[in-house]
Design a protein around this ligand. Structure first.
Ligand code: F6P
Length: 483
């Protein structure tokens, strides 16, 4: 194969890649394909166009796999990615920890989700500046892999806050490329973004403006980005065309909503392991109404207030005691960030308190499960009467969309106004202010009391909204936006 044949026409870059590795007992490596919109979207185009996905090695097993592959390029066979090649970057451990855990997850994620407990954090000092250097180095590794892997005139879709500096780094070296940056998170309003040191805030914005097209999941997040460009770069924003004129270039912004992969989900939910979980859950719930939540244990998901609302429901509406079971799946996430460890503990604590207050020998009001079990999540979507999705802020939230798609008898969704999903589901969900625990408790009561006909009819509308923007379309829209 000649060198040019190896160059890709389409490139995707994201911190977390489409496959992850683990080491088996005999020392051999096995892999698991990840889920999510990007994986299904990319797989649909990769069958026809030579495609490369650049991601970071996230574990020792990933690093082992990356180092055993020539140039970090993993065998495309068997990944079920439509033939896309994967290049895993083996980034030095300390550089990765500073870039991913400290800058991306402990700082940028907190800014965009407005999560700071401001009397204590954030605090930008010399140590943070050193971590910022590593964030730059990590972004530079991605930019290098992309510019060396791209064919003449290729399109690159760079994903998320981890890689904000990549578009500008690429443009400097390969002006022939067409580059998109896409944010899966909300974007902070200027009043909050302005907490970042001025030079770092500018570097992030200018990094993204190295792209031709900057995409968001909701118009709200795109508006906030445009306002930040006006405020911190004094850039000329054309609000009619939603473009930014900066550094002699015009950059377009766009809104690309993301829906559930209905076909993939339904197919997966047909499998035997889901049916087995469904039978177990049925027995567990025992004919009671089922209130469900499915989240990573993530500060922005607002699990503690959600559980507090369930407690308030049981306190203020005693008629539900013994008649409802709340299943709360809170899967481990980002255990390297101290705030996440503390949050996991507070989720566990309130769950215990609720059971201490209300449990009877016949009834456990709340079942908290922390082990990730995907087929069990799918089975629980099928059975739920009420799905609670109450994030403080969320780029989109696919749980809100996937639940109704799999529901067997129509589920009501209690949904935060601050989730991107509220843009297209607001009319059929029961909406809540995520900080208002009493309102959320009342919304749970409304959802639980909804007549069957109304619940089913609303669920049909939720499904319509959920499947309107399948991941394949979301991904090809991003590419189309590049011309
Ligand atoms: O959707 C936002 C996002 O940060 C993705 O980029 C990421 O893959 C996902 O949430 C889960 O986070 P993490 O990869 O840090 O576990």
């Amino acid at each position: 194969m000649g060198e040019q044949v190896d160059k890709a026409q389409i490139l995707v870059a994201s911190n977390r890649g489409p496959v992850s590795f683990s080491v088996d007992d005999d020392g051999s490596l096995s892999f698991r394909r990840g889920g999510g919109g990007l994986v299904s979207g990319l797989s649909s185009v990769a069958a026809e166009i030579d495609t490369l996905w650049v991601c970071a090695a996230l574990s020792d097993a990933d690093r082992k796999a990356a180092s055993s592959a020539p140039d970090g390029r993993l065998d495309r066979a068997g990944f079920d990615l439509g033939g896309a090649r994967v290049r895993m970057l083996d980034i030095p451990e300390q550089t990765f920890a500073n870039a991913y855990t400290s800058v991306a997850n402990s700082t940028l994620w907190f800014v965009h989700h407005m999560l700071y407990d401001t009397p204590n954090k954030p605090l930008f000092d010399a140590a943070f500046r050193a971590e910022w250097e590593d964030y730059r180095a990590y972004n530079a590794s991605f930019a290098e892999a992309l510019v060396t892997g791209a064919a003449e005139g290729a399109k690159a879709a760079v994903q998320d806050y981890h890689l904000a500096l990549v578009p500008r780094m690429m443009r400097g070296r390969r002006p022939d490329l067409r580059i998109a940056h896409f944010s899966h998170t909300p974007w902070a309003p200027p009043e909050y973004f302005g907490m970042l040191p001025a030079d770092i805030g500018r570097e992030l914005l200018e990094g993204m403006l190295g792209a031709d097209h900057v995409g968001f999941l909701s118009r709200r997040w795109a508006d906030a980005f445009l306002k930040c460009c006006e405020t911190f770069l004094r850039a000329d924003v054309n609000w009619d065309h939603r473009t930014v004129d900066h550094g002699g270039r015009i950059v377009r912004t766009g809104v690309h909503g993301l829906g559930a992969d209905a076909e993939g989900l339904r197919e997966r939910a047909e499998q035997e392991d889901v049916a087995e979980r469904r039978a177990t859950l049925r027995e567990l719930v025992g004919g009671r109404r089922l209130v469900l939540r499915v989240d990573r244990t993530e500060l922005s998901k607002n699990i503690v207030r959600g559980l507090a609302a369930y407690r308030e429901l049981l306190r203020t509406r005693p008629e539900w005691r013994g008649r409802v079971t709340h299943l709360a799946f809170a899967y481990p996430s980002r255990g390297d960030v101290p705030e996440y460890r503390a949050y996991t503990e507070s989720v566990r604590r309130i769950a215990e308190e609720i059971n201490e207050e209300f449990a009877t020998p016949e009834w456990t009001p709340l079942i908290l499960e922390v082990n990730d079990d995907y087929p069990r999540s799918l089975a629980s979507y099928q059975l739920a009467d009420v799905l609670v999705v109450n994030p403080i802020r969320d780029g989109m939230n696919l749980v809100a969309k996937e639940g109704p798609v799999l529901s067997h008898d129509g589920c009501a969704v209690v949904l935060s106004t601050e989730a991107g999903a509220a843009d297209d589901m607001g009319g059929a969900a029961v909406m809540v202010n995520p900080y208002d625990v009493s309102e959320t408790a009342e919304a749970l009561h409304t959802a639980l009391s909804m007549p069957d006909d109304e619940r089913r009819a609303r669920c049909e509308r939720l499904v319509e909204a959920s499947v309107a923007l399948p991941p394949q379309r979301w991904f090809t829209d991003q590419l189309r936006a590049l011309g």
